[in-house]
Design a protein around this ligand. Structure first.
Ligand SMILES: *[C@@H]1O[C@H](CO)[C@@H](O)[C@H](O)[C@H]1NC(C)=O
Ligand SMILES: *[C@@H]1O[C@H](CO)[C@@H](O)[C@H](O)[C@H]1NC(C)=O
Length: 319
C-alpha cells in the first residue's frame, strides 16, 4: 500500500486535514464534558444535554464521531477508567443510561470491545448480568451507577453516548483511535454515513495511505459484515469496480485479485447497474450498484501509524 508521496507532504496534509476537522468539529450538540484518565491517558467524553440522547447503538456512535473525529463509544480497560467515568458523569450532571462500545453480537455472553475487536478485559456488570438473552447484545452504563446492563442494540429508549479517544499506547495495533485493527491494517467504519462511490473513495483517499476497503478473504468479508451492522449500515462500498464495462471486476488499486462473495445472480450488468460493488450487511454478499447513487456506507482501510497529541488536538501520522 505504499505510495511515492513524500512523508513530509503527507504529514502536512494530515495536520491540515485534522485542523479543518477540529475547527468544523461539533455541530448542533450541547456542551460536551471530558476527563482524561492519567493512568491510561484515555479521554472520556459525554454530551451533557439529554436532547442529544439517541435510541440506538449506531446513532450513539455517530454522536461520538460528531464530537471528535477520533472518538467512538467507550469501553474501559481498568478500574480507574470506571472511576474517571463516574466523575465525568457527575461533572456533566448526566441523566439517563449511556451506550458503551461493548457488544456480544458474535457469541452470546462473550462481550467484545468495539474498538479493539477483542474480548473485554475489564467489566462491571450489575448482579446476574449478562444473561443469555440473544436479543440484548449491547452494553450500557446504568443511570447514576458504576454498573453495566445489557440492552437491545436498537433499544428504542433514549440514552446518552459515552465516548472516548484512546491514547496511542492503548492501541497496540498502531491504529487510529476510531478504527478497528484486523490482520495488520486498520478499518475505519463511518457510522450511519451513506454516500455514493466517488465520495466514499475520495473520503478514504484524503487520509494519508487511506483506501476504500478491498476484501481479500471470506474472513475479512465476515469482519466487514459484523462492523457494518454495528455501524448501522445496510451496505458498504467496496474498492472493487468494472471501470470499462467489460464485466470483469477488479480491485481499485490493482494487486492481488479481491475475494468475491457475489450474490447468486451477480455480477449481472443486465440489471442496469454498472460499475461499482457493495457488500450487503445482512448477508455479506456483493451486489453491483450504480457508482453515482448514494447507497453505500464508507469503510476506509488505513495503515498503522503513529500518533501525535498536541494541547489542542490529536493528530495521526502515517509513516
Ligand atoms: C476537554 O475539555 C477542555 C476544556 O473544557 C477542552 O479545552 C478540550 O478541548 C477538551 N478535549 C477534547 C478532546 O474534547
Ligand atoms: C480503469 O482501470 C485501469 C486499471 O486500474 C486503469 O488503467 C484505467 O485508466 C481505468 N479507466 C478509467 C476510465 O478509469
Amino acid at each position: 500500500m505504499k505510495r511515492k508521496n513524500s512523508p513530509l507532504l503527507m504529514l502536512l496534509t494530515q495536520i491540515l486535514l485534522e485542523c479543518i476537522l477540529m475547527a468544523t468539529g461539533v455541530i448542533g450538540l450541547g456542551p460536551v464534558y471530558n476527563l482524561t484518565n492519567p493512568e491510561t491517558k484515555t479521554v472520556f467524553l459525554v454530551p451533557s444535554d439529554s436532547s442529544d440522547d439517541v435510541k440506538s447503538f449506531a446513532e450513539a456512535r455517530a454522536i461520538c464521531r460528531q464530537i471528535n473525529k477520533m472518538a467512538d463509544l467507550a469501553d474501559m480497560a481498568i478500574a480507574s477508567d470506571s472511576a474517571i467515568v463516574q466523575q465525568l458523569m457527575v461533572n456533566a450532571d448526566a441523566k439517563h443510561s449511556h451506550w458503551l462500545g461493548i457488544h456480544d453480537i458474535q457469541t452470546e455472553t462473550v462481550f467484545h470491545s468495539l474498538r479493539t475487536g477483542q474480548p473485554v478485559v475489564y467489566s462491571a456488570w450489575k448482579e446476574n448480568k449478562p444473561t443469555h438473552d440473544d436479543s440484548k447484545n449491547c452494553a450500557m452504563l446504568e443511570e447514576g451507577r458504576e454498573t453495566w446492563d445489557e440492552e437491545k442494540c436498537d433499544g428504542g429508549t433514549d440514552r446518552g453516548a459515552l465516548c472516548s479517544i484512546l491514547h496511542e499506547q492503548s492501541q497496540e495495533s498502531g491504529c487510529p483511535s476510531q478504527s478497528v485493527p484486523y490482520d495488520g491494517l486498520c478499518y475505519d467504519f463511518h457510522p450511519l454515513r451513506v454516500a455514493d462511490f466517488v465520495e466514499a473513495r475520495q473520503e478514504c483517499e484524503a487520509v494519508g495511505h487511506g483506501r476504500l476497503v478491498v476484501p481479500y478473504s471470506l474472513d475479512e468479508t465476515r469482519f466487514l459484515q459484523l462492523h457494518a451492522q454495528l455501524s448501522g449500515l445496510d451496505a458498504v462500498w467496496l474498492g472493487i469496480w468494472d471501470n470499462d464495462t467489460d464485466e470483469v471486476y477488479r480491485g481499485l488499486y490493482g494487486g492481488a485479485t479481491p475475494y468475491f462473495n457475489w450474490e447468486s445472480n451477480e455480477p449481472n450488468e443486465d440489471l442496469g447497474n454498472v460499475g461499482c460493488v457493495v457488500m450487503l450487511a445482512d448477508t455479506g454478499t456483493y451486489e453491483i450498484r450504480d457508482c453515482a447513487t448514494p447507497e453505500g456506507g464508507i469503510v476506509c482501510q488505513l495503515e498503522p501509524g503513529i500518533f501525535l497529541k498536541t494541547e489542542e488536538t490529536f493528530l495521526y501520522v502515517f509513516v
